[in-house]
Design a protein around this ligand. Structure first.
Ligand code: QAP
Ligand code: CO
Length: 169
């Protein structure tokens, strides 16, 4: 296993559209393992393939307290959604930034698991938020795009400044 490099906002590659996975083969399984390791090492509760510069429809999530309940979603589709909830979100691609975003409260999602087997999941609360956040990444969308242009631009400047400082150090 290996940890992968996470792209940081504002990187244009975070806005690429992910393609469906054609075949859940050994290469995909290895990427699942590496993404899980990368997420746990961060630590984080969700990571989309887009964030590690792999533009395919693959997500790993673990919202459990013990960080021992990995959820793998390949080619996910939200088939039902209802309600509305606000949650303070963060993102491994936008370190240090937490902002409130409104999303559906309950969703039903269909996806393939790590073995390529189709499954359906009914979720709400944090897990529902997390799945919606990660599925946005597959569409090239980062959570800061839900904020006002003023807030988004401030975050963008802050991230670019951090990057410059890191490059100098
Ligand atoms: C998405 O985000 C999420 O800023 C997953 O310095 C987050 O794992 C969905 C992280 C909240 C719903 C609610 C963020 C780690 C991790 C940071 C994450 C940071 C270190 C974010
Ligand atoms: Co994110």
């Amino acid at each position: 296993m290996a940890t992968l490099t996470i792209l940081n906002y504002p990187d244009p590659r975070l806005h690429k559209l992910a393609k469906p996975v054609q075949d859940v083969d050994a290469t995909i399984k290895r990427l699942v393992d590496d993404m899980a390791e990368t997420m746990y090492a961060a630590p984080g509760i969700g990571l989309a393939a887009t964030q590690v510069n792999q533009h395919i429809q693959l997500i790993v999530i673990d919202t459990s307290k013990e960080q021992n309940d990995l959820l793998v979603l390949i080619n996910p589709k939200i088939v039902v959604k209802s309600g509305r909830q606000e949650y303070e979100e963060g993102c491994l691609s936008v370190p240090g930034i937490y902002e409130t975003v409104a999303r559906a409260e309950k969703i039903t999602v269909e996806a393939l698991d790590k073995h390529g087997k189709k499954f359906k999941l009914d979720v709400e609360g944090l897990l529902a938020v997390c799945i919606q956040h990660e599925m946005d990444h597959l569409l090239g969308k980062v959570f800061v795009e839900y904020l006002s242009p003023l807030k988004r631009n401030r975050i963008k400047s802050k991230m670019l400044k951090l990057k410059r400082e890191k490059a100098k150090a």
